[in-house]
Design a protein around this ligand. Structure first.
Ligand SMILES: [Fe+2]
Length: 344
């Protein structure tokens, strides 16, 4: 994994910058802040800018980078919320969120899904009691099987950012990629063909939107939002056939979420099993520490999470999450909302 540890001097520089920005904005969801974030990111320490820019340009095969060394004030950020919908820490962790946003803006543009976490750009990943046994980031008792983020959708993120707020139990994030050289040519041929159906995961389901979001959608008849959920329902009942691999044959990009994937025939199933076995043999476990920011190349690396027992007492594992695209313009036909960054 590419890694950069901030020096004390760099931490001071980052804090001075985020402190100044936090005095002007109340939330990272503020459209003015989002519009200017890339410009602010130009003021991050040069070593950080160089590190993230090279990670983007060189596309290393290990596909994950880590920036560590930022001290999180465990008391100031407050308790791990019981749900993402309240944004109780919008101000108490604002400086940390701004840092994470600026790092992300060196890799791409943040975007949101109208159907996921009420369309917020910055997500919270934390255990929710009602999702305890679900195959969701907000679940806990089930292993979250490895996947590329939003594999079902053509506009999925190029990079997935995760910032650790707390993780006292050391719950592991899983990361991995297949060893393509160990796959047969026949299996590779099949994996490059559109012989698989990938359904949306449940984070895009209407049952996981907040009551306020649902009420607002129903009351104002927001056509775009309703059609976004309609689109998810269609992808659930009739997902289009897609390949598991694409791009260069020797170093292919991945589009993988086996838990939600149905192969169209036995040959496709056997090829996917071989691919999945190769990933399983290469899975690494990383227990993120407070202040760690990782950026996962969502075209090269799968991620998941080990099962754990949540306490729901304000001390559980808590991450922030950002979806980043290298080109907002490729989302043009599908976006709306805050600065045209919300996929509907
Ligand atoms: Fe994920």
């Amino acid at each position: 994994m590419w890694a950069l540890s901030l020096s004390p001097h760099e931490v001071e520089a980052v804090q001075a910058l985020t402190h100044e920005i936090a005095s002007e904005y109340k939330s990272v969801e503020d459209p003015q802040l989002i519009r200017r974030a890339t410009i602010y990111a130009h003021e991050l320490p040069r070593r950080v800018r160089q590190f993230l820019t090279e990670f983007k340009l060189l596309e290393p095969s290990d596909g994950v980078c880590l920036i560590s060394g930022y001290p999180i004030d465990n008391d100031r950020i407050g308790k791990t919320p019981a749900h993402w919908k309240w944004k109780l820490d919008a101000e108490t962790s604002l400086e940390e969120q701004i840092m994470f946003l600026l790092f992300g803006c060196l890799l791409g543009d943040p975007f949101a899904w109208a159907t996921q976490q009420d369309g917020y750009l910055m997500h919270d990943v934390l255990p929710i009691k009602d999702n305890q046994y679900d195959q969701l980031g907000s679940g806990s008792e089930q292993t979250l099987f490895w996947h590329t983020e939003d594999a079902f959708h053509p506009h999925r993120a190029d990079y997935l950012g995760l910032m650790c707020m707390r993780n006292p139990e050391g719950v592991a994030t899983t990361l991995g990629a297949p060893d393509i050289s160990r796959l047969s040519q026949e299996h590779l041929d099949v994996l490059f063909e559109p012989r698989y159906l990938i359904k949306p995961d449940e984070s895009h389901s209407e049952k996981n939107e907040s009551d306020q979001h649902k009420e607002a959608r129903q009351n104002n008849g927001n056509g775009e939002l309703n059609s976004a959920y309609e689109h998810i329902r269609k992808l659930n009942t009739a997902p289009p056939p897609v390949p598991m691999l694409f791009g260069p044959r020797q170093t292919p990009y991945l589009r993988l979420d086996p838990y939600f994937t149905t192969p169209l025939d036995d040959e496709a199933g056997a090829a996917l099993n071989a691919l999945a076995q190769s990933v399983d043999e290469n899975i690494q476990e990383v227990a993120l520490q407070p202040g760690d920011c990782i950026f996962i190349d969502n075209y090269r690396i799968v991620h998941g999470r080990k099962a754990f027992t949540a306490r729901y007492d304000g001390t559980d594992r808590w991450l922030k999450r950002l979806n980043l695209t290298r080109d907002l313009r490729k989302l043009q036909s599908a976006r709306t909302g805050s600065e045209m960054r919300v996929i509907v």
